[in-house]
Design a binder for this molecule. Structure first.
Ligand code: TLP
Length: 346
């Protein structure tokens, strides 16, 4: 049976070109700064997003944590969205390991936080308050359905941050999906942030790794923080080799994932008992709801699983599907046929 795995774009496997690059990678000890493949990837990444320097880390979670810990001291505060990945899904790392206080602001359905809400969350000088130090943005926004933040919005948040002497970090796990969806250079989305982390191992299909980017000074500090977290890797060129191929070959093709996601959303909109607004699907993540109480979402997941279709249940009636390089337009047809079959039986 063909398995159509729509749980996440993290399930992607390295391409043949990546496996070949991994096999041939020139290696050295990266903690001594001597792995040529890591150095190449870091330079490529920094150039690509228009920053001075970059640092390979093990995961998106580690990338965000390294950045937050590098920007903030204990007792300082980070403003971030109440639906952000860093707040929701990163095991509270900033407070567990850094004594850093998360201050959530409401995420709007389009992934933004209103500027007035951010401004209201910035602390004044008062002995009772933590000190605000950082604002975090997420683009694309995972829990807001892969929503894309536009460059003007990013710049406006950065302007506000500057007015208050704060820094801005971007969780850009899928920032290339955002740039491709908008048809712009990724630098338009990164130009005004102080740091960002992007993932090699999601839509770009590398097996492991994320890259943190920022000024040379910031990356020197981030390198130290990564070491504190046990993230100094040795012959990490094995990972970086696939990352180089990811940046060279896998960025533009995410347009196909966006097209498949739209096809999926349009199909779901036609199925009775399911609810989605396909116009809201901008990238490769779709969320839909079960609009009937005759079917529990877990049951839908089980029934689809029997038909080879995998998806995630992420709320009382909320389900998620994510398209990626392992999913073709024919796979979308299979998923839709299976969904229609299950729904017609209830
Ligand atoms: N997201 C995963 C799960 O953790 C939910 C997924 O399947 O979507 N930022 C964003 C916006 C992310 O979506 C993720 C992963 C991360 C950071 C963390 O990346 P990893 O999994 O590499 O630690």
């Amino acid at each position: 049976m063909r398995i159509v795995d729509l749980r996440s774009d993290t399930v992607t496997s390295p391409t043949p070109a990546m496996r070949d690059a991994i096999y041939r990678a020139e290696l050295g000890d990266d903690v001594f700064g001597e792995d040529p493949t890591v150095n190449r990837l870091e330079q490529m990444a920094a150039d690509r997003v228009g920053k001075e320097a970059a640092l390979l880390v093990a995961s998106g979670t580690m990338g965000n944590l390294v950045c937050v810990l590098s920007h903030c001291a204990r007792g300082e505060e980070v403003i971030l969205g109440d639906q952000s990945h860093t707040f929701f899904y990163e095991a509270g790392g900033m407070s567990a390991l850094g004594g850093i206080h998360p201050h959530t602001v409401r995420n709007q359905p389009d992934g933004t936080m209103w500027l007035e809400d951010i401004e209201a969350a910035i602390r004044g000088h008062n002995v009772h308050f933590p000190r605000t130090r950082l604002i975090c943005l997420e683009n694309t926004h995972n829990r807001c359905g892969g929503a894309v933040l536009r460059p003007e919005y990013m710049d406006a948040v950065a302007g506000l941050a500057k007015d208050h002497s704060l820094s801005v970090h971007l969780d850009g796990a899928r920032v290339f999906n955002a740039a491709v969806a908008l048809g712009i250079d990724v630098q338009e989305l990164t130009r005004s942030v102080d740091s960002l982390s992007f993932c090699l191992s999601k839509g770009l299909s590398a097996p492991v790794g994320s890259v943190v980017c920022g000024s040379s000074e910031f990356i020197a500090e981030a390198r130290r923080t990564r070491k504190v977290l046990g993230g100094g890797m040795r012959q990490a060129g094995i990972i970086a080799a696939a990352g180089v191929v990811a940046l060279q070959q896998m960025v533009d093709r995410v347009a196909e994932d966006h097209k498949n996601a739209r096809q999926l959303a349009e199909g779901i909109a036609q199925i009775r008992g399911l609810s989605i607004d396909p116009a809201k699907v901008q990238t490769n993540i779709i969320y839909f709801e079960i609009a009937t109480d005759r079917l529990a979402p877990e049951k839908l997941v089980t029934e689809l699983g029997k038909r080879g279709i995998k998806l995630l249940c992420l709320g009382p009636s909320r389900l998620r599907m994510v398209t990626h390089s392992g999913i073709s337009s024919e796979d979308i047809d299979l998923a839709l046929a299976a969904l229609a079959e299950v729904m017609v039986k209830i």
